[in-house]
Write a protein that binds this ligand. Structure first.
Ligand SMILES: CC(C)(COP(=O)(O)OP(=O)(O)OC[C@H]1O[C@@H](n2cnc3c(N)ncnc32)[C@H](O)[C@@H]1OP(=O)(O)O)[C@@H](O)C(=O)NCCC(=O)NCCS
Length: 142
């Protein structure tokens, strides 16, 4: 069974393990930078107050992560071997609910035009999608 819960400092090693399992391309899609995520950055993700981070867990293992920022932007990642099982969709649905609870007017994601899984999630969950050569912007009211 899949559990979605808020991340805490106790998840430092789980999150390090998730990020270190990713390819450079995954890290770029998630963070828009090409480099391995340091422990310092993971600490920041878990402590900074400008966003909420949630985790998707299956059998005690962290299989995905999503973060929603105060301006409505969000990003997420799912462990490679757990993709195409609906976990990304569940994470985005949970982020939309969180945005609603917080009273945010919009949720927004930015991705590359070749990120078919993210575009598929956006379509499925009713985001309006704006395409140009360099990026796709998805947005909707929560
Ligand atoms: C985007 C991402 C989170 C999706 O996670 P996931 O758990 O595989 O997502 P889901 O299983 O919920 O849905 C994926 C959808 O994409 C579709 N899909 C997957 N690969 C596809 C492809 N190559 N072409 C077209 N559609 C594709 C699936 O069919 C599914 O749609 P469906 O439910 O209508 O069948 C995951 O691919 C990932 O971590 N990518 C790297 C980081 C990233 O891109 N983050 C997004 C930042 S905004």
């Amino acid at each position: 069974m899949l559990e979605i819960r808020r991340a805490s400092m106790d998840d430092l090693t789980h999150l390090m393990d998730l990020y270190s399992s990713l390819t450079d391309e995954d890290l770029y899609m998630r963070f828009f930078v090409y480099h391995k995520v340091s422990e310092e950055e993971v600490r920041r993700i878990l402590t900074q107050e400008d966003h909420i981070t949630i985790l998707a867990c299956r059998d005690g293992k962290v299989v995905g992560e999503g973060s929603l920022y105060d301006n409505g932007e969000f990003s997420l990642v799912v462990r490679r071997e757990h993709r195409r099982l609906g976990i990304g969709t569940r994470i985005v649905s949970s982020l939309i609910s969180l945005a609603k609870e917080k009273g945010l007017p919009r949720v927004i994601f930015y991705t590359l035009p070749n990120n078919y899984p993210m575009i598929a999630i956006g379509r499925k969950l009713g985001f309006s999608l704006k395409f140009d050569d360099e990026e796709v912007v998805g947005s909707r009211a929560p």
